[in-house]
Ligand binder design. Structure first.
Ligand SMILES: NC(=O)c1ccc[n+]([C@@H]2O[C@H](COP(=O)([O-])OP(=O)(O)OC[C@H]3O[C@@H](n4cnc5c(N)ncnc54)[C@H](O)[C@@H]3O)[C@@H](O)[C@H]2O)c1
Length: 263
């Protein structure tokens, strides 16, 4: 039986790279996004690597549309949903009070409510598919609250928390729930971003780096399964920050983050 993956925000960046990698591995790929031009390019590229694309418009903030797209996709996949990737996201950088309230709210709608909508609608299909996995795109900004990314960082803490909680709740159905913690990735999202931490840490990762780690996390080794790894920092920098935050006293973690942010 062909495995299937449903990816939100698949038209560009990390979602697109992940869609192509799963297509190369023989998965039936459902790529969904607001950006339909990007999806047309993705569909052609999936076909070019020998896959069968399923693409469609989706606004993750619209719960009814999320449910509708998942119902259509699982009709095509014979009811299977092996992997759900909640990837669609927005990032607005700058000092908290200088970003309009509407923009903060929109970021919460997409990064928080969009993920809730995906999880909620996908649950019956995940439950019906042995070995199903949910991958949520959190971020290294879910390790410690980030200056000049306060609201974004807070949305990623939400993703971290719901991942941890549902890993516990859904384990009984055989559903793994994990999240990825990349630091800055060179995509459209970070194109015009200049913050203290982009200056101090740089933008070093590619979308392909994250896609590679997502596929590896889904096909987890027995060692990772044995310890039920939930969080997957991506890249050396995020791994070092995650390790530091776990073993340093709180005052030191704060000081490191203050120093990196230059604030
Ligand atoms: N780029 C980074 O530095 C970075 C770092 C850590 C985590 N992430 C996370 O990875 C994910 C993907 O980021 P990216 O860098 O590929 O960004 P991107 O901007 O290249 O791609 C995001 C995609 O999401 C889509 N999207 C936005 N709002 C949507 C909505 N309401 N409904 C459906 N689709 C929507 C966009 O059209 C776009 O195609 C995000 O959740 C982001 O927060 C990114």
């Amino acid at each position: 039986m062909t495995k299937s993956v449903f990816i939100t925000g698949a038209a560009t960046g990390i979602g697109r790279a992940t869609a192509l990698l799963f297509a190369q591995r023989g998965y039936l790929v459902g790529g969904y996004d607001l950006n339909e031009d990007g999806l047309r390019v993705l569909a052609a590229d999936i076909t070019a690597v020998g896959g069968t694309p399923v693409v469609g418009h989706l606004n993750v903030t619209d719960a009814d549309e999320v449910a509708q797209r998942l119902a259509e996709f699982t009709q095509t996949s014979g009811g299977r949903l092996d992997v759900l990737i909640n990837n669609a996201g927005l990032l607005n950088a700058g000092r908290f009070e200088e970003i309009s309230l509407d923009v903060h709210h929109r970021e919460i709608d997409v990064n928080v409510k969009g993920v809730v909508n995906g999880l909620y609608a996908a649950f019956p299909y995940l439950k019906a598919t042995p070995g199903a996995v949910v991958v949520n795109l959190a971020s290294a900004s879910a390790i410690y609250g980030q200056a000049e990314l306060a609201n974004y960082s807070a949305t990623k803490f939400f993703v971290r928390a719901i991942t941890e909680a549902l890993d516990l709740e859904w384990g009984q159905y055989g559903i793994r729930v994990i999240d990825m913690w990349p630091l800055y990735v060179n995509t459209a999202m970070t194109k015009d971003v200049k913050t203290g931490t982009t200056q101090s840490l740089g933008i070093r990762l590619t979308a392909q780096d994250i896609a590679t780690d997502i596929v590896a996390a889904v096909d987890a080794t027995w060692a990772r399964r044995l310890v039920s790894q939930v969080h997957f920092p991506v890249g050396i920098q995020a791994k070092a920050l995650a390790l530091g935050a776990r073993f340093s006293p709180a005052w030191l973690t704060r000081l490191v983050n203050k120093g990196l942010a230059g604030s």
